[in-house]
Write a protein that binds this ligand. Structure first.
Ligand code: SF4
Length: 357
């Protein structure tokens, strides 16, 4: 959540009773009016030029029993994706150190599971403890959780749990048949009851209507507490999945959805998530103006390519954006950990050079 901005105190109270037609009206109003309104809300709650940066690592890839029609990791489709078992704890921690060194404040770990099995939990909990000890915020996405699993993750220090609603309740059955919308809402409830923050959003460009996009936002905004993080993904069409040849979504429809997410959930971080590498710099700039203030940064976004970190750095410079600092770790601690990682990387580079001669 953002550091409180002075004008947040005078902002209207957050609503949790949005009607579908109200959201559709917001989505379809003239573009300039929509962006002006969204930017006004954004400025009341956030530093308008700060962007939170997360890095995402796939800790277990492919062979997922779910049938999400957009997903190359589903075992139902032949996408040529190489399956990988659950990573070793130390290998995950090594990736987290690299993320820290490129400026990430949150490290997200994703596993392609229907739900974590009892025998996986000790490893997963160890990963959370290790990443947290580096001073990074932790986030995981492991599929559905029982209440006990949610509590165990919270005890280990997990800050965020990601579980997307994907689309509207009405369109959901067109995309996934192996678990229900109610299952997803139940996992979100377990996460909230356990005391963790929620990261939940959806995917656009799956053939859904404007009404479905309104339906997704309505579900998210009408949760008892808004998700702290709302990833809005653009479909990445992957050969072998049922959505491989679906029509492109107009990028301005994507920007409109970001803007309405900002208006409905004023203090949530709205994340430009998967599909960002398919967007022009100009579309991304409009999305930031519409209220997006979080991105994934690094080389990979689960199994899809993500723009390289240095391209993002150039874009940030062109737009005058900067990474949002973490709020629960003081600067001195963060700097000390960062310096330690830089020193280790320098030593490793020297050793490699020496070995090469
Ligand atoms: S989106 Fe998640 S649950 Fe669905 S198939 Fe992919 S990995 Fe499995």
């Amino acid at each position: 959540m953002s550091a409180a901005r002075p004008d947040a105190a005078t902002a209207p109270p957050f609503r949790h009773d949005w009607q579908r037609h109200e959201i559709e009206t917001l989505l379809t109003q003239p573009f300039n009016d929509l962006l002006f309104q969204a930017q006004g809300v954004h400025r009341r709650h956030f530093d308008p030029n700060a962007v939170q940066i997360s890095t995402l690592l796939s800790i277990k890839t492919g062979a997922c029993p779910e049938d999400c029609k957009y997903c190359p990791q589903s075992g139902h489709y032949n996408t040529g994706l190489e399956r990988e078992k659950l990573m070793q704890v130390e290998a995950v921690l090594e990736e987290a150190r690299k993320a820290l060194a490129v400026g990430a404040s949150r490290f997200c770990m994703g596993a392609a599971w229907k739900n974590p099995r009892a025998r996986d939990m000790p490893y997963v909990l160890e990963m959370v403890r290790g990443v947290r000890a580096m001073g990074l915020e932790t986030c995981m996405t492991l599929g559905m959780l029982t209440r006990d699993q949610a509590e165990a993750l919270e005890d280990a220090g997990l800050d965020y749990y990601n579980h997307n609603l994907d689309t509207s309740p009405e369109y959901y059955g067109e995309i996934i048949t192996t678990r229900t919308y109610a299952d997803r809402l139940e996992t979100l409830d377990h996460v909230r009851q356990a005391g963790m923050k929620i990261c939940s959003g959806g995917i656009l460009g799956m053939g859904e209507s404007v009404n479905d996009r309104a339906g997704l936002l309505q579900q998210l905004a009408n949760l008892p507490v808004h998700p702290e993080s709302v990833p809005i993904n653009m479909l990445i069409r992957i050969e072998g999945t049922p959505l491989a040849h679906i029509e492109d979504l107009d990028p301005l429809e994507f920007v409109r959805t970001i803007a309405v997410a900002r208006i409905l959930m004023p203090a949530s971080h709205v994340r430009l998530a998967a599909g960002r590498e398919l967007m022009s710099d100009e579309t991304q700039a409009l999305a930031f103006f519409a209220g997006a203030n979080s991105i994934f940064y690094g080389e990979r976004l689960l199994t899809a390519q993500n723009p390289q970190a240095n391209h993002d750095q150039r874009l940030f410079k062109r737009l005058g954006l900067y990474p949002e600092p973490r709020h629960d770790v003081d600067d001195a601690t963060h700097e000390a950990v960062l310096n330690d990682q830089i020193r280790k990387a320098q030593v490793a580079a020297m050793t490699t050079d020496a070995a090469a001669h």
